[in-house]
Design a protein around this ligand. Structure first.
Ligand code: THU
Length: 141
């Protein structure tokens, strides 16, 4: 199976766990680490709204907290319950989290609205002229 298809399938698996009682917008993400592992994430909402975590960040935080800090690609699927599927581009905060750990020229963002229909972007296309850790003097450990 092509890498993209495998990741999209995994993102649909993750979407099943979406906790989104407020928006009914269900998002799933599958993040491929340089270690070859796939980290899954779903959106997790909160009654106070702002603590809500997007699916992409759930996947990143799971991976980083398990020791993986370099990544190849992420597949994202999302749609409002009962609505026709469409592409779900990552929010600005998630793009910034991607920029922390991913090479903007190489990291691929796969947006799918079905197993057959998907578009692939490089991070640099979705976050041009972003603020990066190269601007800070601190050492990345
Ligand atoms: N959401 C994501 O999980 N990822 C995105 O990139 C966009 C938005 C979630 C957050 C919230 O639970 C719901 O979608 C509606 O905004």
């Amino acid at each position: 199976m092509k890498k993209e298809k495998e990741l999209i399938k995994a993102a649909y698996e993750a979407q099943k766990y979406s906790y989104s009682p407020y928006s009914q917008f269900q998002v799933g993400a599958a993040l491929l680490g340089e270690d070859g592992k796939i980290y899954l994430g779903c959106n997790i909402e909160n009654a106070a709204y702002s603590p809500t975590n997007c699916a992409e960040r759930t996947a990143f935080f799971k991976a980083v907290s398990q020791g993986c800090r370099t990544f190849q690609a992420i597949a994202i699927v999302g749609n409002q319950k009962g609505m026709a599927p469409d592409y779900c581009p990552p929010c600005g905060v998630c793009r910034q989290v991607m920029a922390e750990f991913c090479d903007p020229e190489k990291f691929q963002i796969i947006l799918a609205r079905s197993l057959e229909e998907y578009q692939i972007f490089f991070l640099k296309e979705l976050l041009p002229f972003g603020f990066g850790n190269d601007l800070l003097c601190s050492d990345k450990e």
